[in-house]
Design a protein around this ligand. Structure first.
Ligand SMILES: [Zn+2]
Length: 175
């Protein structure tokens, strides 16, 4: 879990308004772009990575909706982050933020990493804000201070590596 409040507040407003590029996505998808680069990243990630497609399909079956935004990274901020946005009666909303200074393939790996966290949150119905999201990661993960990453989980690390393999396999096929 990572935070970047300045960028996130803008992104949340955009996300709640429906988000640029949202119309390009499957209408009831639970992974939704919150800006145009977010839409481009998601399109590329879903094209290249079975893991990303699986994570999106898992979230579609849940009450949790993940908005995806790519934005400039603040100094000392991590390359990617997930935070809670809010709840409606029927759904919970998180925001996944990816740095657009990060190389394209790495962005896809980080997207999968954060979507895995979204899936983890979706399985715990008591996660309803940033505080309880932090509590969840304290229980199932560990702090990764060296990489400025807040909390991490084994599943998120594994999915990141899996996506790297998928991207390498894709690149070989394209040659
Ligand atoms: Zn993480």
């Amino acid at each position: 879990m990572r935070k970047n409040v300045a960028v996130l507040s803008i992104a949340i407003t955009m996300a709640m308004a429906g988000g640029a590029g949202a119309a390009e996505m499957k209408r009831d998808s639970h992974v939704r772009p919150a800006n145009q680069q977010g839409a481009a990243l998601m399109a590329e990630a879903q094209e290249k990575s079975q893991s990303v497609r699986d994570l999106a399909a898992t979230l579609d079956q849940s009450d949790l909706v993940a908005y995806v935004v790519t934005a400039s990274r603040q100094p000392d901020a991590p390359e990617s982050a997930i935070r809670f946005v809010g709840c409606s009666k029927a759904q919970r909303f998180v925001l996944v933020q990816i740095s657009n200074e990060t190389p394209p393939d790495r962005r896809i790996e980080l997207l999968a990493h954060e979507l895995q966290h979204a899936v983890e949150a979706s399985r715990s119905t008591w996660v309803t804000d940033d505080y309880t999201l932090g509590t969840l990661f304290e229980r199932i993960g560990w702090r990764d201070a060296a990489r400025q990453r807040g909390y991490d989980t084994t599943a998120a690390s594994l999915i990141e590596r899996q996506v790297r393999r998928e991207l390498v396999a894709n690149a070989k096929q394209d040659r």
